[in-house]
Design a protein around this ligand. Structure first.
Ligand SMILES: [Fe+2]
Length: 289
């Protein structure tokens, strides 16, 4: 597997801001597309660490983390980012595992030995204090909770923005990435997620406006080149498909082992997921009525 698409050095802590680190990991293969993978680490005021979208467990990485603080929280922030939890739970049995709503009910999760202790949603758990604001972005099938770390003004997304560098992709994958709309500098949610989220457009657009209204100084996400400059402008651009050029004007101050990689980047051909996603969403909507 090529690592060219990743961001070396891999599996090491990289300080980003006070209390914020990232760890870049080797890429996943998702439907023929190599996807770089990234975990974000926050240190809460009380000293505990929060691991956002944990990557594959490595004892050396755990030791490096524990030099920063006790690993107190494991976060599965989207329906596709839970697959490495089991090993972290075994290594850190006292850590609380948080997940997007409904993840624990998914068949693949139920069949695994992953434990979900509590669900996230809008707002944040009391134990995180006022440091973090959570925003739920939910469509049929797909859900993600975005976290805004107030002290560093860092917005942490998972799959809501994917921003791959075309030059680092093999040619066939480059074409697929362009088709999905996830190529820098115009990366955004992949086509199949946009289709799903548009089915709940009113709520998802409002959530997206709240994210822009945070006016983050940086936006970190799980796949690709994150926004380290003009972050609010880049975020607004990447969410334009959802909130439009008018709505994208931020309303400041408004409220605010090798496991299978599950949705949203399954091993099926990713382009076909656009159609599958719509069918699944329509079926889901029909069941809800
Ligand atoms: Fe992902």
């Amino acid at each position: 597997m090529t690592h060219a698409i990743s961001y070396p050095p891999l599996n090491v802590l990289k300080p980003i801001a006070d209390g914020v680190w990232i760890v870049d990991a080797p890429p996943l293969q998702a439907g023929g597309l190599p996807l770089p993978l990234r975990m974000t680490v926050l240190r809460l005021a009380g000293g505990e660490l929060l691991l956002h979208a944990p990557i594959s467990y490595e004892p050396g990485l755990r030791r490096a983390l524990e030099r920063l603080g006790r690993i107190g929280h494991l976060v599965a922030p989207s329906v596709g980012h839970w697959m490495y939890l089991r090993d972290w739970q075994a290594a850190c049995p006292n850590a609380i595992t948080w997940a997007v709503p409904g993840l624990k009910d998914r068949g693949q999760v139920r069949r695994s030995s992953v434990r979900i202790d509590a669900e996230l949603g809008d707002g944040a758990p009391r134990s995180w204090g006022d440091e973090i604001a959570g925003v739920l972005v939910a469509g049929p099938v797909f859900k993600e909770v975005a976290l805004f770390h107030r002290p560093s003004r860092t917005l942490i997304l998972t799959d809501l923005v994917i921003n791959l560098e075309a030059d680092l992709l093999p040619l066939p994958a480059r074409a697929l990435a362009r088709l999905l709309g996830i190529v820098a500098p115009d990366g955004k949610a992949p086509l199949y997620l946009r289709l799903l989220l548009r089915l709940n457009r009113s709520a998802t657009a409002e959530a997206a406006r709240r994210l822009v209204a945070f006016a983050p100084e940086r936006v970190i996400f799980a796949h690709g080149q994150w926004f380290d400059r003009d972050a609010t402008g880049e975020l607004r651009r990447s969410l334009r498909w959802l909130i439009g050029p008018e709505g994208s004007k931020a309303r400041r101050g408004s409220s605010a082992n090798r496991p299978t990689y599950a949705l949203p980047h399954s091993t099926a051909a990713m382009a076909s997921l656009a159609l599958v996603g719509v069918i699944a969403a329509l079926a889901y909507a029909g069941k809800r009525r």
